[in-house]
Design a protein around this ligand. Structure first.
Ligand code: AN7
Length: 379
């Protein structure tokens, strides 16, 4: 294959990842996702803010989970594991199922009964995972996974697996490469709290490094490509962690037992990376906030209608928070802001169709006149 062809984030970032020299890499060419500037949001343009959307929904299985999964599954396989297991609100199960299929090993996924989006369930089914539906939520599933892994030969690939967070930190590297610097603010949805922790690790490494790591990671060329000039991030962003109001343990300052939100991906009350996420927000002098389901869905629609970017409800939480904090002046005029859009909107078509309020125009024939009238009436 052409050496300049992108071959996935382990090849790209090997020198900053805990991957043994000669192990078999399990990859679907994840990573290298677009950083799209939001050009059409009034709230942003009025205040001279540069707001970028890191569209992680364009990873191979449609969410950021693939970044962690390539590293976790590569490691599991190199340790001789024949089966992986996770609890999931949907995206982790889709990603685990795909990477297990790629590796030729088994995936077991525990999902909350009736509370995962259809697209995610379809993915786990198609990739051949063994799907165990429990009468409980994600937090129950997580507890069970930890217990069962003590007694059965399965490797946990939830983000309590440190290889997951190592893979996910690469998103911060890509952002710094794209912007030529770290953003002032990084807005991110928080569920199990792994991703905010992973980003903080990435930004912190970049700030501490002399740029050498990143430069060395380019295995594609002899120094002519874009990657070789990766700048050093001398600053770190404030980390802003946003939750759904019904599933906002970080706002309560403690775990909660019955999380509820339309954004099923982040319907989590007992985040596993609690301490890391607290540290990320505290060290970066950022903050947590939470928003109602109505606000989150309105932002999902806004991004789809104004920017052409269709993300899932949980993902829209980051932009909901950013717009709120821009409006309130908490994010000052002139700032550079990155929002992570964690998953693709196609994951959850039911919610999209229900909330879009789009009336279909039905015509009871297939004639030019009728179609023309429908167009002229709606111009
Ligand atoms: C779209 O799939 O926890 O705070 O089991 O799917 O790192 O947990 C999903 C999480 C945000 C929250 N956006 O990230 C799972 C799962 C989307 C997600 C999050 C998730 P973390």
């Amino acid at each position: 294959m052409n050496k300049k062809h992108y071959t996935g984030l382990i090849d790209r970032y090997r020198s900053i990842l805990p991957i043994a020299e000669n192990c078999k890499v399990i990859s679907l060419c994840e990573g290298d996702t677009p950083l799209v500037q939001a050009n059409n949001l009034e709230q942003v343009n009025q205040r001279d803010i540069k707001l970028y959307l890191k569209f992680e929904g364009l990873n191979p299985t449609g969410s950021f989970k693939d970044r962690g999964m390539t590293v976790a599954v590569t490691q599991a396989v190199s340790e001789g594991s024949r089966a992986i297991i996770c609890a999931s609100t949907g995206n982790t199960s889709a990603s685990a199922a795909a990477y297990a299929a790629r590796a030729g090993i088994k995936a077991f996924v525990l999902i909350p009964d009736g509370k995962i989006a259809m697209g995610k369930l379809a993915q786990a089914m198609m990739h051949g995972a063994t799907i165990i539906q429990i009468c409980g939520n994600f937090d129950d599933g997580m507890r069970l996974v930890k217990e069962v892994a003590e007694e059965a030969p399965v490797s946990i690939v939830n983000s309590i697996n440190p290889y997951r967070l190592q893979g996910q930190k690469t998103a911060a590297y890509e952002i710094v490469e794209a912007l030529g610097r770290a953003p002032d603010f990084h807005c991110i949805p928080v569920g199990n709290a792994g991703n905010i922790s992973a980003h903080w690790t990435g930004y912190s490494e970049l700030a501490a490094s002399d740029g050498h790591n990143v430069t060395e990671a380019c295995g594609f060329c002899n120094g002519e490509c874009q990657f070789i000039s990766t700048p050093i991030a001398t600053t770190k962003p404030k980390m802003l962690g946003y939750q759904a109001a019904g599933a906002a343990p970080f706002m309560h300052g403690k775990a909660i037992d019955n999380p509820e939100t339309v954004a099923t991906a982040i319907r989590i009350g007992h985040p596993q990376s609690w301490d890391y996420a607290q540290a990320a927000v505290k060290e970066s002098t950022g903050w947590f906030n939470s928003f109602s389901d109505e606000q989150i869905l309105a932002t999902q629609k806004l991004l789809s209608a104004k920017e052409g970017i269709f993300c899932e409800p949980a993902s829209a939480t980051s932009v909901t928070g950013a717009l709120h904090d821009i409006e309130k002046g908490n994010i000052p005029n002139g700032s550079i802001v990155v929002c992570t859009l964690t998953g693709h909107g196609l994951k959850d078509p039911d919610i999209a169709i229900k909330q879009s309020n789009t009336e279909l125009i039905n015509i009871d024939d297939a004639q030019l006149d009728s179609v023309k009238r429908a167009i002229l009436d709606n111009l």
